[in-house]
Design a protein around this ligand. Structure first.
Ligand code: UTP
Length: 292
């Protein structure tokens, strides 16, 4: 059983400067909800209520967001806004959320190391705090279902255009079903002609405690950081690892263009915004067509 999740959220967010100079990218809202709340909701919807968030310098607002704000609640209660009041109470009661601070930003692999004592001897899910996956069955649930069957480390992957493989961690291996591949190769940001496939690591994992030993043996890689992908490659020498193509749409909100697209897609799905936003978008396109 996978009962714990780790959400690394300590990174600097340099791709989103200047917005992330004094606020965490994980708190950037999609419409009215911080990105990391969608990620926590995915854990909860996947049956996980014990969550460790890897936090760091300048990330206090994440802790505040999941804490109770009594004064604010009393004010909303006095205004008799039942819906908003319920929403606020929901956030503080979503899950048991623990925080640990990554002292130096030595990369995603280093961030995961901070989860060693929290996760102990159990398998755990990892969800990147800057990645939202919109899907019918929560992405983490999809991975847990496979874990229950295979009891192996699982990496969520998605198909990316061939010319973009150099931006991602790429997996290669042997297909064992429509959605599963037994991995035999893992490369961080390969050159286009050296990539073993166009299946990119998609920000969700089920890891076993063996990862911690692999991380201890992993030296600094790309960007002089401890890369999780490098530790997984070490693990691959002793263990089988699966790649699973996730059903759903992935949004990397740490990337400005993806952030804009996420906002538009999520607005189109919200009852109160869907009509006005689609009318607005249609008008923009019409104006552009008229100019051509
Ligand atoms: P990214 O590489 O996307 O985050 O890591 P970053 O370093 O903040 O981004 P840029 O490139 O500077 O814009 C993926 C996730 O891992 C966390 C990040 O917060 C993000 O949610 N992370 C990354 C850590 O927790 N610690 C690290 O040392 C690095």
């Amino acid at each position: 059983m996978v009962k714990k999740a780790v959400i690394p959220a300590a990174g600097l967010g340099t791709r989103f400067l200047p917005a992330t100079k004094a606020q965490p990218k994980e708190m950037l809202p999609i419409i009215d909800t911080p990105s990391i709340q969608y990620v926590v909701q995915e854990c909860v919807d996947s049956g996980i209520e014990d969550i460790l968030i890897i936090s760091g310098k300048g990330k206090r607002s994440i802790e505040d967001h999941f804490d109770r704000n009594f004064e604010l609640e009393e004010r909303i209660k006095a205004d008799e806004d039942e819906v908003l009041y319920t929403q606020l109470r929901h956030i503080e009661n979503m899950a048991n959320i623990h925080f640990i601070r990554q002292k130096e930003l030595n990369g995603l692999g280093d961030a995961i190391r901070y989860a060693r004592y929290h996760c102990g001897n159990e398998p755990f899910a990892v969800l990147l705090g800057d990645t939202i996956i919109d899907s019918v069955i929560p992405a983490t649930q999809q991975l847990i279902d496979t874990y229950e069957q295979y009891k192996q480390t699982i990496i969520a992957v998605e198909v990316v255009p061939k010319e973009k493989v150099s931006r991602y961690g790429i997996t290669g291996g042997k297909k064992i079903s429509d959605k599963l591949m037994q991995i035999d190769e893992l490369v961080e940001k390969p050159e286009v002609d050296k990539a073993p496939s166009n299946l990119a690591i998609a920000g969700r994992y089920i890891l076993t405690p063996e990862i911690f030993e692999a991380l201890d043996k992993t030296s600094r890689g790309k960007g002089n950081e401890i890369q999780l992908t490098d530790a997984l490659r070490l693990l691959l020498r002793h263990e089988d690892i699966l790649a699973q193509t996730i059903e759903g749409k992935r949004y990397d909100i740490g990337n400005k263009l993806d952030f804009i697209k996420t906002t538009i897609d999520f607005a189109l799905k919200r009852k109160e915004f869907s009509k006005p936003i689609s009318a607005y978008l249609r008008n923009i396109v019409k104006d552009m067509d008229n100019k051509v």
